[in-house]
Design a protein around this ligand. Sequence first.
Ligand code: ATP
Ligand code: LTN
Length: 339
Amino acid sequence: MPAPAVRPARVLSGIQPTADSFHIGNHLGALREWVRMQDTHDAYYVVVDQHAITVDHDPALLRQRTLVSFAQLLAIGLDPERCTVFVQSHVPEHSQLAWVLECQTGFGEASRMTQFKDKSQKGGADRSTVGLFTYPILQAADILIYQADAVPVGEDQRQHLELTRDLASRFNTNFGDTLTVPQAMFVKETAKIVDLADPTSKMSKSSPSGCAFLLDSDAVLAKKFKSAVTDSEREIRFDPAEKPGVSNLLTMQQAITGVTMESLVAGYEGRGYGDLKADTAEVVISFIRPIRERVVELMEHPDELRRLMGHGAAKARETARHTLAAVYDAVGFVAIPGE
Ligand code: ATP
Ligand code: LTN
């Protein structure tokens, strides 16, 4: 008798459409792992447009950024046949589950979320919305609606993942086993990319001059790498604490080419920072160029892009509706006949 097929573990992760372009830090630090996991896991990836309206936003920009974020996910190698890639607002079950979960969340518990405290302080506490306050609960719904086993995220999401786990367990205790309690899967720090112009801070879209965007032109990228900040020494070695600028360039090359750090560094013996910058620019540009070209092509075919979004949403809803039905039943909602 053949062994029963083992269901691959399900993962879910999300990214906000809050930038005109992803950057090489997002890619090497997180998204590349998403691409890898589509072959080892039952992977769900979501562009969380509903999370993006928790702060002030421009509707036309949000629409454009949602399309271009989705296009970039496809361009970096997510294959709609090998994973489920979709847009959050296309799957209404997320917000339907979020309401039920909100009714399970303590006010004090939600008040302790540090990201809310940080973000609401930045914008002025009086201007914060209830949506920003309940952001982590919608995030919990994103995860629990698919019964995800694991959630690949950065360290900054630790507290939101803890809340997600607490809510799932609480729901199961109160209403019977319904939701999978997911594991957080913290993506290794191997490719933490720092700012090209200020190597003491992480590369971020909010500091565009030191940020290598996937949609930057070759010329812009070349310029950013040429003026990358290094240090006043001459020695090329990997030492992120003492030599963050030089180490960052080495990290990018290493992450893209896959050579060992040792042999990469050995190749620079007797050579200078100019060479290191030029080589890194070349490696990064050749890596990014096909991604950018694919994004341009996809954006020129918005109907095809929307078709793929529809395909992802249909796949996602197929799973989401089962969980929602079970949750609605567990809390005592009366089912509509035939549904
Ligand atoms: P911001 O640009 O506002 O700082 P961000 O660049 O961190 O935001 P997010 O949308 O928060 O963008 O990040 C998306 C994913 O990319 C997250 O999983 C995050 O951990 C990862 N990431 C972001 N910046 C880097 C970086 N410099 N190095 C490695 N990974 C990164
Ligand atoms: N809050 C996350 C984005 C996010 C997410 C999710 C990540 C929304 N829903 C579900 C993992 C799973 C962020 O800002 N990086």
